[in-house]
Design a protein around this ligand. Sequence first.
Ligand code: CO
Length: 494
Amino acid sequence: MANRPIKITETALRDAHQSLLATRMRQADMLPIARKMNEVGYHSVEMWGGATFDSAMRFLDEDPWERISALKQEMPDTPFQMLLRGQNIVGYRHYPDDLVEKFITCSIKRGIQVFRIFDALNDVRNMAYAMEVVKREGGHVQGTICYTISPVHTIDGFVELAKELARLGSDSICIKDMAGLLNPYAGYELVSKMKKAINLPIQVHSHYTSGLASAAYIKCVEAGADIIDTAISPVSLGTSQPPTETLVSIFQGTEWDTGLNLGLLAEVASYFSEIRKNYAKFESGFVGVDINVLRYQIPGGMLSNLVSQLREQNASDRYEEVLAEMPRVRAELGYPPLVTPSSQFVGTQSTLNVLLGERYKMIPQEIKNYIKGMYGRPPAPIDPKVQKLAIGDEQPIDCRPADLLEPGFEKAKEELGDLGRSDEDVVSYALFPPVAKAFFEKRAKGELHPELAIPKPQAAAPAAAPAVAAPAAAPAPRRVYSYSMWKLSGRVKK
Ligand code: CO
């Protein structure tokens, strides 16, 4: 029956709460269900990277590195997957190669196995080094294409990109549709052509925002996609992924039957439907389907950011205007795919253009840097008028941005001094200096209280919460095999 079972990556522990709950899910709310999730037989669980890293230190009093070990203990059989922003690592700017390398070796020691590596501009120069290090260290390299729609993006262009990523040593390819723009028929064509061009597993990642994602997954699977990203139902839909159980049901009894047990998934679901209530105050309020993402090609996360930004400025009534400004700014900035950090650039500049009443009256430094080429090569040239306004007669760089950066690890180690207890601490500090420093200072004083970071509604305050013990050293390195994608599944293929 199921001669080509579709594999499932569960996103509840990373993308789902990043998309729906402002990345606030605490480790303490993940651990009680982790053992059950381990039984499911997911292809992998995405549980780290993206915004979770700084969010853990910034808002939750948690050490992001510890989260990997804590979860791994409960989920020994489930491959762990992370989202790595190439040369941006898990931050919002470019970092030198030595930090990329250190970050990856530390992650692998803790138990990350699959690295989904992307660059916001699809500039492979910004991904190549991370791919090389993951490969060398025995991790799984998932080369990633940020899918977007624009006059300069074509199916054939994405296929060429996939071929390039394959040449650079990808073990699989991800089509990352961060905005939920992937039309089912476009997805069919893209996956079909990609499968003809490269002999690698293809994983599809989409968001439900526009309502297309479940249908897109079906057509992509029909075209030969091997793995899909879903979220357990209580943290699915809206700006998150399509529901795991629904997709499992869709393929039941077909050649693509996932083999996952719906009863087990129902238990996982009932846990998360309770847990979501703990984060009510971080809900964006966006539910259902927003077709504006198709009209303006804006990821769901950006929409909710925009709403709250405008609300803070008492400018909620300018929402439609800002939305309409975004495609213009995006075109002028060379049609970057809208994903961190380019989505922030387009969103911020559009908001400034509307609220200040004059376009490009003010251009933030990050956007000037982007125009200078400090984030890589945009898909199309920057509008010359905008370039002139931003950087005058200065010429943008055309080398790989990280080539201009001095090594950062030793310098960070020196700066951090006694506050740092491990290489991981140094990496955390190098990536997010003020956030990490504040975190380590609290830790040194025994003032980290992750259990209080987000008080449960109606729960009585715990009496004299104990200070968190100093984090244990990283466990002995787990042996990470350089397996093929198929062995990653954790289930025996018949
Ligand atoms: Co996503």
